[in-house]
Design a binder for this molecule. Sequence first.
Ligand code: SAM
Length: 233
Amino acid sequence: MKQASDLYIPFEWERRRPILLEKCLYVPDHYDGHDQLAIDWNDPAVFEKKQPLVVEYCSGNGQWIAMMAKQNPLLNWVAVEMDFERARKIWLKIFRQNLPNLFVVYGEGLTFSRHYLPDKSVHEAYVNFPDPWPKRRHAKHRLISDAFVSEMDRILQPGSSAILTTDDAAYSDWIIRRFSQWQSAFAPMQYTTEWPSFGDSYFYSLWLGQQRTIRFHRFISKKVRGEVRGRGI
Ligand SMILES: C[S@@+](CC[C@H](N)C(=O)[O-])C[C@H]1O[C@@H](n2cnc3c(N)ncnc32)[C@H](O)[C@@H]1O
């Protein structure tokens, strides 16, 4: 049985580089050589089966995505988490819960997306309870930014969705404003506060227990472009 210590980055920070480990991709920060490693998401070293890819950013301890991977074995699930101890917890779940369709990325979400996800490669993207960074001077730390929405536009397949969940009303408004600026790419959307089949996560249970209202947003990629429009049809 795997132990937490079985997952480690085999070099010092000064010698950092992206590396594909067993069921884990390490994406270093403050690094500009990402192009030296290309990930083939259909490689059996990554996922046993070639299946549609679903990405969750900000996975925390992985409770939600492990449950999703178990319930949806015909999809390949990628958990993205920038805290190493939490990434490790997700990694352990892959082996302890026998989830060959789950893979973990230890790294920052926007950086990972930009360098390791090809155009139109993602069937669905989730962000569950991203840190809201409520103070204006901390807004630069928010994952959801114009750059992130642009990435969603690039990586999502036409007709597929980015689904974002938060208990923070101000962050919800911010998210809606960011996606609204891409009206040509995403169908307009507000949010719903009820989604019985959402699943469960540490922060979902925490906020529900405090009677907080949770907002679920779904932004559907409506783009039809590339080859088809390029030919003037
Ligand atoms: C509030 S927790 C939510 C965890 C989990 N989704 C849940 O519902 O319990 C936010 C998590 O996102 C991670 N995180 C924050 N910003 C991130 C980023 N830019 N890229 C990847 N992970 C990030 C944090 O380390 C933390 O584990």
